[in-house]
Design a protein around this ligand. Structure first.
Ligand code: NAP
Length: 257
């Protein structure tokens, strides 16, 4: 029986789905019924196996999101294979760590380009496509889920371009929701807390930082990638049709502390 959380018949485009949070989100969306187009620069072999094990279809699209060059092609390839696209998860992201006093222009530009500029233009290409497709029976044309950060709310330390990009992403989530809510496009974000992925390897390797982080998380543990999928399924589903412009923390209580 269909539930409000079912993604049966939907197609989700997920960036950076070869590993970490993007992989977990792609698999969770597939378990909820969506076919998956995974766009990124590394082969998503593991993700493909996990998605196909759910009985859903999988497409790998090669794309380097260091620039806007691939954005239109990525949407076109997803539509070329599946006939349409319904859900976009902007997950691909990078972080560069250095004291702000020494931070380089190259590290500023790389992070801002991948985490913010490319996200905007990929979302624009996605929105143009779903508006062309028109709304479904519920009046929904598309769902956008941006992967933000606790640094969409907080300042952090030694990651100036990351904080700027993720704070910007929370703002972008709101403006796009304002412009597109009446067009049947939901734009929301998820702010993961501290998750055990490649992105946080340096933090976990630093014993003092690791202990300080753990001591502040009310749940008392790092998030595992499997902790993130439910929030993505919710925001992609009919259960969230009236949810617009939010950045939903999934952080073991970190921001409540
Ligand atoms: P991750 O394991 O490092 O994964 C990052 C993903 O982004 C990978 O698939 C990576 O592909 C992709 N990517 C990076 N640069 C790319 C580029 N130029 N072109 C195409 N793909 C690119 O880290 P993660 O923790 O899963 O991060 C996923 C998202 O969650 C990011 O936006 C991150 O900022 C956010 N986040 C993570 C945490 C956390 O605690 N882990 C917390 C808050 C927010 P490759 O494998 O090819 O590099």
């Amino acid at each position: 029986m269909a539930t409000p959380f079912s993604l049966e018949g939907k197609v989700a485009l997920v960036t950076g789905a070869n590993t970490g949070l993007g992989q977990a989100i792609a698999v969770a969306l597939a378990e909820a019924g969506a076919d998956i187009a995974a766009a990124g620069r590394s082969a998503p072999t593991e993700t493909q196996a996990a998605v196909e094990a759910t009985g859903r279809r999988f497409l790998s699209i090669k794309a380097d999101f260091g620039s806007t060059e691939p954005v239109q092609r990525v949407v076109d390839e997803a539509v070329g294979t599946f006939g349409k696209v319904d859900i976009l998860v902007n997950n691909a992201g990078i972080i560069r760590r250095a004291d702000s006093i020494d931070f380089s222009e190259a590290d500023w530009d790389a992070v801002m380009d991948t985490n913010l500029k490319v996200v905007f233009f990929l979302t624009q290409a996605f929105a143009r496509q779903v508006l062309k497709q028109g709304p479904d029976a519920r009046g929904v044309a598309g769902k956008v889920i941006n992967i933000a950060s606790l640094l969409s709310f907080q300042g952090g330390i030694r990651v100036p371009s990351y904080t700027a990009s993720k704070s910007g992403l929370a703002g972008l989530t709101k403006i796009l929701a304002n412009e597109w809510a009446t067009k049947g496009i939901n734009v929301n974000a998820i702010a993961p807390g501290y998750f055990d992925t490649n992105n946080t390897e340096a933090l976990r390797a630093d014993q003092d930082r690791n202990a300080a982080i753990l001591a502040r998380i009310p749940a008392g543990r790092w998030g595992q990638p499997s902790d993130i999928g439910g929030a993505a399924v919710f925001l992609a589903s009919g259960a969230a049709d009236y949810v617009q412009g939010v950045t939903l923390p999934v952080d073991g209580g970190w921001l409540a502390r």
